[in-house]
Design a protein around this ligand. Structure first.
Ligand SMILES: *[C@@H]1O[C@H](CO)[C@@H](O)[C@H](O)[C@H]1NC(C)=O
Length: 225
């Protein structure tokens, strides 16, 4: 193994890269009904980078922004999600609006019959309103905020998401909570160091790390349906 690949591995192990196994993002195959519940372990726990300042990038490594941008690759720098300097507001307002089509599992609810089979006498207008209420009641918005990744990352601020818990539970009957259901990955730079034991020198360089960000939440995660 060459020294240049080592820091990458060390870092990925630190991050517990099993978090991001692609299988987490796949949909259920019909033959796979036993594995109905899959939770994504997002957001990532903060790294305990308690390694001392010798692991931080020296000042001159941070001065040339165009060089860092070149290292990251300009197309990887997503201004929607990334900032080099501290953004004005840490938390962004939660968007509670219901968008798109009413979810299939709510639309397909039969609201015309009581459990005992008698007619509910609920008209189409009321059924529609009740479906909207169910949707709002079980909706799980994403709350976005700017996260300071720390001195060893560039860019240093990343817009991350977490699942907004509006009420105690998002399900009826209650019991389920809002959990991550979809994510995207942004590449950032990380100053990775290994200590060369022989001549007690620190070998450091910028490496790419994929950073997963929650983009959608649902009631019970992928578990509810
Ligand atoms: C910054 O980096 C770029 C690209 O590597 C280089 O061309 C430029 O000379 C550097 N500027 C300074 C002030 O070092």
């Amino acid at each position: 193994m060459s020294t240049s690949t080592k820091p990458v591995l060390v870092f990925l192990m630190l991050l517990g890269w099993s978090y991001c196994q692609p299988s987490l993002f796949l949909h259920d195959s019909p033959s796979d009904s036993s594995k109905k519940c899959r939770y994504m372990d997002l957001p990532l726990l903060d790294l305990e980078l308690d390694q001392g300042s010798s692991y931080n990038p020296p000042q001159h490594e941070l001065q040339n922004t165009s060089r860092l941008l070149q290292l990251l690759g300009e197309r990887n720098f997503d201004f929607e999600y990334m900032r080099i300097t501290r953004p004005k507001k840490k938390r962004l307002p939660v968007d509670l609006k219901l968008r798109g089509e009413i979810p299939e599992d709510i639309q397909s609810q039969n609201l015309r019959r009581m459990p005992d089979g008698t007619n509910t006498r609920v008209g189409p207008h009321s059924r529609k309103r009740f479906r909207r209420w169910l949707w709002a009641r079980t909706h799980c918005p994403v709350r976005q905020s700017w996260k300071n990744l720390g001195k060893r990352f560039w860019p240093r601020w990343l817009k991350v998401g977490d699942c907004y818990q509006g009420q105690n539970s998002c399900s009826i009957p209650s019991g389920l909570t809002c959990l991550p259901s979809e994510s995207t990955t942004k590449n950032v730079l990380f100053w990775a160091c290994i200590e060369d034991r022989l001549d007690r020198k620190m070998l450091c360089r910028w490496i790419y790390v994929p950073y997963p960000i929650i983009t959608e939440c649902s009631c019970g995660g992928n578990c509810a349906k």
